[in-house]
Design a protein around this ligand. Structure first.
Ligand SMILES: Nc1ncnc2c1ncn2[C@@H]1O[C@H](COP(=O)(O)OP(=O)(O)OP(=O)(O)O)[C@@H](O)[C@H]1O
Length: 639
């Protein structure tokens, strides 16, 4: 039992010694400290032995009266608590304390057991506890806020990754702060390669024209200097592999508490847009070019219409004209250049048009240039066009006749009039299909077929060095001779009828008729002005006509009369009629052939045959007899 009690005392003493509170046991009546624990000794600055010798009144010397009151209260009420007491530290300064005490009886002796706490220390602990509490609560809130920010950041990252536009950040020193995946893909740089690097030097260093891009001029950097949003849509960015691509971008300044700290750049590869724009631009240019060309062609055609040119069929039955028609048919489908020679007014242009109309180029225009009508100094411009300002009076760009004829045919009338100095350029177009507009360095290509006409003896001109020989041979690939009208008198009745038909319509005189006498007079004339003259004579006769009768004012000539006079019977029939309709002309032709057959005893071929009398090729006469249904027999009277 005693052993147990000793153990309990030992445990009690050990516990008292090790607790973190200061413990004192006082005998209030003997004014003595009976016991102190280690915490109390440390707090008060005394050793255990010093403290045990210290009167209690000494320890509480600054508040002795309060100690007496407090002791009495504890002894009476068995316990007490006070904040009013203070202990005296060994170094002499008072320690404000919180004291809680209880009365204990040891061997019937009332003692006081006091727990003492340093109030300053307590205050510190409270503050710390409050701070800890605050921090604990603050940390929680902070964690929440951080989570929110993390969520926002995550969403931002997702956005940055998802957008198709390239986005990068740049700080106020021009260093890259981030780069989104789209930007990485477009630039070929990885974010970790460019973050912290000068982005201008990496991707924006050079203009599209190769000029150095000074960073002071860069609108991206301008954004964090002037604080304004900069939008640009016609610059280029450079990829890591050294290639460039066109971009549009917006540089938006970033501020922190009112201070400019950098910029965010959103950019887009506009290669496709540029290509579309380029294609659109080219298409518009092409449309404009075609429009211009159409306008010019139209103006040209209008001019042609105004000049009252009408394509007329080649009329004629003579051997000469039949040969010409055959040549036209032969050469038309080829691409060969043609040189038509013959006197003025023999129908050279008509032949040229017939070749063009029967060629594969008939869908495109035939452009005519009358070389005799162009002033010497304007030849080049007329042929090849000019650009604005090429010479005084060149107020705009103008296409030349070669360009207008592209894909079609160019008819150079009076080709012998082309100045020798321009002939070389003409030769070049014929050989290479290339030329330049006057005042322009751009070489243009054309695909033109050339038909030239001349009433001069070009070979003679070549000999006189007035015409380049090489050009002559280039033009004369396929020569066509246009015979003078006096060499094909057979055609006069048909041509006269043909022109009368048109003149009657044009001049609104449907009643006028050609008589046999008219035909004879026309056939007697030698026609120095050829078919054009005949056309004019007929038109004038229609104008001067009275009633049905035409009024010709032809000079008298010594040309031999036509063989029609030789046939009395046929003459009688024709004389009986004052009208010359197509049917009548056909009848006249039949009569004429019949007469020739009569005089040659029905023989077509050979000397004194009908063909020789009619000055026709025997084969032509034979086919015509067949076509007209003439029965060929000796001493034929009529059909
Ligand atoms: N065989 C023909 N049939 C019908 N009309 C013709 C014939 N030949 C010429 N003409 C007409 O005669 C006129 C003169 O013809 P064209 O202008 O073709 O002659 P050209 O030889 O070119 O003349 P130039 O050398 O003066 O330019 C035109 O009105 C044309 O229609």
């Amino acid at each position: 039992m005693t052993g147990n009690t000793d153990l309990q005392h030992m445990l009690a003493l050990q516990t008292l010694q090790t607790i973190q509170e200061s413990l004192l046991v006082i005998d209030p009546y003997a004014d003595r400290l009976l016991m102190s624990n280690a915490t109390a000794q440390q707090q008060l600055g005394y050793s255990a032995s010093d403290l045990i010798r210290l009167p209690a009144s000494q320890l509480f010397k600054h508040c002795l009266a309060d100690l007496i009151n407090f002791s009495e209260q504890v002894l009476t009420q068995q316990r007490g608590w006070s904040l009013d007491l203070c202990c005296c530290h060994r170094d002499g300064y008072p320690l404000a304390i919180e004291i809680s005490a209880c009365a204990i009886n040891i061997n019937e002796k009332p003692l006081l057991a006091m727990l003492i706490r340093d109030r300053q220390q307590l205050h510190k602990q409270e503050k710390k506890a409050r701070a800890d509490d605050y921090i604990r609560r603050g940390l929680g809130e902070w964690q929440q806020i951080e989570e929110i920010f993390q969520e926002i950041e995550r969403e931002n990252q997702l956005l940055l990754q998802a957008v198709g536009d390239g986005i990068y950040g740049v700080n106020a020193s021009g260093q890259t702060t981030f780069l989104n995946p789209a930007a990485e893909q477009m630039l070929g740089w990885q974010a970790d390669e460019v973050v912290g690097e000068d982005i201008h030097t990496l991707i924006h260093h050079t203009h599209a024209d190769g000029g150095h891009y000074h960073v002071e001029d860069c609108p991206i950097y301008a954004a964090f200097h002037d604080g304004a949003v900069h939008r640009v849509d016609n610059e280029i960015f450079w990829r890591k592999d050294g290639t460039a691509f066109p971009v549009e971008y917006t540089s938006t300044p970033v501020t922190d508490h009112g201070r400019l700290v950098g910029a965010v750049v959103i950019f887009r590869d506009i290669t496709e847009r540029k290509e579309t724009e380029h294609n659109l631009h080219s298409a518009l240019e092409e449309v404009n070019r075609l429009k211009q060309r159409l306008e010019q062609e139209n103006a040209y055609l209008q001019e042609e219409i105004r000049s009252e040119y009408n394509y007329k069929e080649i009329v004629g039955k003579s051997t000469a004209i039949q040969r010409t028609i055959h040549q036209v048919q032969l050469v038309a489908p080829t691409e060969a250049n043609v040189l038509i020679s013959g006197e003025s007014g023999t129908g050279k242009e008509l032949i040229a048009r017939a070749i063009h109309e029967s060629s594969g180029r008939s869908e495109r225009p035939l452009i005519r240039v009358n070389c005799a009508a162009i002033p010497r100094e304007l030849f080049e411009s007329e042929f090849f066009g000019h650009v604005k300002g090429a010479f005084t009076g060149a107020t705009g760009d103008r296409a030349g006749r070669f360009e207008l004829a592209d894909g079609g045919t160019l008819f150079l009338d009076e080709v012998g009039e082309i100045p020798i100095e321009l002939q070389g350029k003409l030769l070049r177009v014929l050989q290479e299909g290339q030329f330049e507009r006057v005042g322009d360095s751009r070489t243009r290509k054309v695909d033109v077929r050339l038909i030239a006409a001349t009433n001069r003896d070009l070979l003679q001109e070549v000999r006189k060095k007035q015409f380049r020989e090489d050009l002559y041979f280039r033009l004369n690939v396929f020569p066509v001779e246009s015979a003078a009208l006096r060499e094909r008198r057979d055609d006069i009745p048909l041509l006269a009828t043909h022109f009368l038909y048109h003149a009657r319509q044009k001049l609104n005189k449907p009643q006028v008729r050609l008589t046999r006498g008219d035909i004879r007079r026309l056939s007697d004339y030698h026609w120095p002005g050829n078919i054009r003259e005949l056309e004019n004579v007929i038109e004038r006769a229609v104008i001067l006509s009275r009633g049905e009768r035409l009024s010709f004012d032809l000079p008298v000539t010594s040309t031999a009369p036509v063989p029609l006079n030789n046939s009395s019977q046929a003459s009688e029939e024709i004389d009986a009629s004052t009208l010359m309709t197509c049917e009548e002309l056909r009848a006249l032709e039949i009569s004429n052939i019949c007469l020739a057959l009569q005089h040659s005893n029905g023989r077509i071929f050979g000397r004194d045959g009908a063909a020789e009398r009619l000055n026709m090729k025997p084969t032509t006469l034979a086919s015509r007899i067949k076509r007209l249904g003439i029965e060929k027999r000796p001493q034929q009277e009529n059909t």
